[in-house]
Design a protein around this ligand. Structure first.
Ligand code: 26Q
Length: 814
């Protein structure tokens, strides 16, 4: 099919007609979006079918990325870009009098994730398809994604995200590919010759129905698949008569209980613990995913003992780690494979990525609860653990302490990270520093035992969404300056470096940033009625709210700057707009208090006419993929100020640098590698290092009160939190205050305060030298190519999955 402008105009009008039986002039942007979306989906479907056929015919090894979260955002524009038809579609719609950008903007985000981990999964899907890796996503079709955030009276209010309400153009329901997942009940093992037969009784059958979303590669004819599972009642069981004497209410209850499994994404990034529904979600999609993988594999007609040559399964954090036991169950129980052989295959198939070192975020399940919901899986984990403990015992000459420390089951809980490590052939961290901390601290026992399993894969982001789609003006300028090779080979962005000192090029980059800032300031004016000066420094901290990410440190600096300006109205600073965007987990009280703090500081400062536009503070509500796409291209200063050692990697940091922001950062996560890439002159680093933080914890020799007592600035600011200065009750920010002073400031906010203030002053200084700043900005863009997820995924494919790239010529597909 050739998609030229005339054909698109014709097909678009046809689509509108077949969908709505009305003329284009009678319809609106929502109809236009649906029509264009459907048109594009039809076009993609053929590619999907052909790619699939190619993979099957060539027995291509496949990787399945199992993740509880896929934060994919909007798809229309990225699909158009990857298909190479964005411009022609824009022209076609413009010819028809339709505002193309308005059509794109009505698409609802698929917000099926909390933050970094979910967005990483989405970037990996885009990169796998774009570099030619046969890789697919497997996850959950939540009826409600991450909540929508409203700010009311300065407080966060959560509204359910009803993203499926008007239907979702990109998905295809595949009821004929449904499978059954068994929950609860009991199991009997019946001896049969040398083996066992497993009998399941009184379990609850759940029908897992797949919905497929195509994942389009960039200009390469490849379309992979994201399969999301939805829970439904099994028809025969939902037959009302099967509920003795037709108990209508019981039947409805049953339906409700089954459907609740895929009702909602847990809006959390660590606090939610021991919730049975979460475990159901995990097992539900893992079992469904593995069953469908095995069913497809059997179509190939290959023996099961070669499964590891054709299939890789990657687990995104421990959330899908029951996959290890479930694959054992399928191989041993359902396919009668001997345990040893099944174990070898399972560990060869599975690979695990760790995304956190926060102890409280490591998943543990109470044995009682687990056993009740997944009795057979529990037995299998016990067996895995028994054999593993025996190995540890042998290796360490009968050292029971080691066995206790490393046992998967301990103190009546199952430690999922340990299961994931034991059951995988690869364990990776997501940035160099993070991997080192895992190896030398958190998972040291396991690194000593299995050194060959551990490796680093620094995160990445797709430059197609985070540069080409979100910042078209910058993209065009890069194309004019160095050509377009970088699009398929992002490392080529490096060529920009030779222009970093060229003042005419610098001006062009500066003008684009300014244009983008004007767009954002208009948006802020319309939505919040706040005037943002486009000549001010746009300083942005956008990420989930968490104590370790230290939004509070940012706020304390703003208050200090405000105090200084009040004392000295002639203080010579470049006007600065501080922007925050962040969702707090609904049950995370402290994080919500921080939102109220930011909005209160914003009210105080924005309404102080003596400040003018020297400082503005804006809290943008409902941070999401599409808001990030708006915000990042406008940013001058990227705030990456987590307590060193706490942020596994960060990926926002990469998105901002790719759009020419200068980073103010601690040496944490991937910031360390950003610094290596751009050089220390092109980033502003401050604060404690990871080893200093770790030493303080070990020696218990940090006392935040001392800093409070000795630093009058801190004394003044913290007093302002509690004395009505911010026009709220004196108790409003109690938790923040207590954490900093009475709970000894776990995240070293006060300890790093002075260094941060100095770093911010340095930013101010650097910005006053326009040429210097622009040089820094260009060098950041030039060195962002190594953070393209294309590189990251290529390393996963090569070093973990053992999968080669495929190249599909369009003719080869017919
Ligand atoms: C756990 C149990 C119950 C409910 C929810 C959860 C849960 C949900 C989400 C636990 C963790 C998450 C998400 C974690 C996450 O996003 N981690 C981030 O991963 C990024 C990608 O690797 C890193 O860049 C970030 O540093 C890391 O914080």
């Amino acid at each position: 099919m050739i998609l030229d402008k005339e054909f698109i105009k014709y097909a678009f009008k046809q689509k509108l007609m077949s969908l709505y039986a009305e003329d284009i002039s009678e319809l609106n942007k929502y109809h236009y979006f649906t029509a264009l979306g459907n048109l594009v989906k039809d076009y993609i479907s053929e590619g999907l079918m052909k790619t699939n056929k190619y993979y099957l015919n060539n027995r291509q090894k496949q990787v399945y990325y199992f993740s509880m979260e896929f934060l994919i955002g909007r798809l229309l524009e990225s699909n158009l870009i990857n298909l190479g038809i964005r411009d022609v579609c824009k022209e076609a719609l413009t010819d028809l009098g339709v505002d193309f950008n308005e059509v794109l903007s009505v698409e609802k985000d698929a917000g099926l994730g909390n933050g970094g981990l979910g967005r990483l999964a989405a970037c990996f899907l885009d990169s796998m398809a774009s570099i030619g890796i046969a890789g697919h996503g497997c996850g959950i079709r939540y009826k409600h994604g991450l909540f929508e955030q409203k700010i009311v009276n300065g407080y966060q209010v959560e509204v359910p995200d009803n993203w499926l309400k008007e239907g979702y153009v990109w998905e295809t329901r595949k009821p004929h590919k449904s499978v059954i997942v068994k929950l609860g009940g009991t199991v009997d093992l019946i001896k049969e010759n040398d083996s066992f037969k497993v009998i399941y009784k009184n379990y609850e059958p759940v029908l897992a129905v797949p919905y497929d979303i195509p994942v389009v590669g960039y200009d390469n004819n490849i379309v992979n698949n994201l399969r999301l599972w939805s829970a439904e009642t099994v028809d025969e069981d939902f037959d009302f008569s099967s509920f003795s004497n037709g108990d209508y209410l019981k039947a409805v209850e049953y339906k409700y209980s089954v459907e609740s499994i895929t009702q909602v994404l847990y809006p959390d990034d660590s606090n939610e613990k021991g919730k049975i529904l979460r475990l159901k979600q995990q097992y539900f999609f893992v079992s469904a995913g593995l069953q469908s993988i095995l069913r497809r594999y059997e179509k190939l007609g290959l023996p099961l003992n070669k499964l590891d040559e054709y299939i890789a399964v990657h687990i995104n954090d421990t959330h899908p780690s029951v996959a290890i036991a479930e694959l054992m169950r399928l191989l041993v129980d359902e396919k009668s494979m001997p345990w040893e052989e099944a174990w070898k295959i399972t560990t060869n198939v599975m690979a695990y990525t760790n995304h956190t070192i926060l102890a409280e975020a490591l998943e543990k399940w109470p044995v009682d609860m687990f056993k009740k919901l997944l009795p057979r899986i529990y037995m299998i984990i016990e067996e895995i653990n028994k054999r593993f403990c025996a190995e540890v015992f042998d290796e360490y000459n009968g050292n029971w302490n080691k066995v206790n420390e490393m046992s998967i089951i301990s103190n009546d809980t199952i430690r999922m990270a340990y299961l994931a490590i034991v059951g995988s052939h690869s364990v990776n961290g997501v940035a160099k520093l993070h991997t080192e901390i895992l190896k030398n601290q958190e998972l040291k026992n396991f690194y000593d035992f299995y050194p060959e399993k551990f490796n680093n894969k620094t995160n990445g982001i797709t430059h197609r969404r985070w540069l080409m789609e979100s910042n078209p003006k910058l993209t065009n300028l890069i194309n004019e300056t160095i050509g377009t090779d970088w699009i398929k080979h992002p490392l080529e962005l490096k060529k920009l470096e030779s222009f970093a000192h060229d003042s005419s090029i610098q001006d062009k980059f500066a003008n684009i940033k300014r244009d983008n800032k004007i767009t954002l300031s208009n948006y802020i004016k319309n939505k919040y009625n706040i005037n943002v000066n486009p000549n001010s420094i746009l300083d942005v901290q956008a990420k989930r709210l968490h104590a370790y990410k230290r939004q509070v440190l940012n706020v304390l600096n703003i208050l200090d700057l405000y105090n200084r300006l009040k004392e000295n109205p002639n203080l010579d600073i470049v006007p600065r707009t501080f922007i925050f965007a962040a969702k707090a987990s609904p049950g995370y009280h402290l994080a919500k208090q921080v939102i109220k703090l930011i909005t209160s500081v914003a009210d105080k400062i924005n309404n102080d006419t003596s400040i003018g536009d020297k400082i503005k503070v804006v809290f943008l509500e409902n941070y999401s993929v599409s808001l990030a796409e708006k915000l990042i291209p406008c940013t001058d200063v990227s705030e990456q100020i987590s307590t060193a050692s706490k942020e596994a990697s960060g990926t926002g940091n990469m998105k901002f640098m790719m759009n020419g922001a200068v980073t103010i950062a601690t040496l944490d996560g991937a910031n360390v590698e950003i610094k290596e890439a751009v050089g220390e002159d092109n980033i502003v680093i401050f604060g404690l290092t990871a080893s200093e933080v770790i030493e303080f914890y070990k020696n218990k020799n940090y006392h935040s009160r001392d800093i409070f007592n000795n630093d009058p600035r801190i004394n003044k600011i913290l007093t302002q939190l509690t004395n009505g200065f911010l026009n709220v009750s004196n108790y409003e920010f109690n938790d923040i205050y207590d954490n900093l002073l009475f709970k000894n400031d776990e995240y070293f906010v006060l300890k790093d305060f002075d260094a941060y203030v100095n770093a911010q002053n340095k930013i101010n200084q650097l910005y006053t030298d326009k040429a210097k700043w622009q040089k820094m900005s260009i060098i950041n863009i030039a060195n962002s190519g190594i953070f393209s997820s294309d590189n990251t995924v290529a390393k996963y494919a090569d070093e973990i999955w053992n999968i080669k790239k495929v190249y599909l010529k369009s003719q080869a597909l017919d």
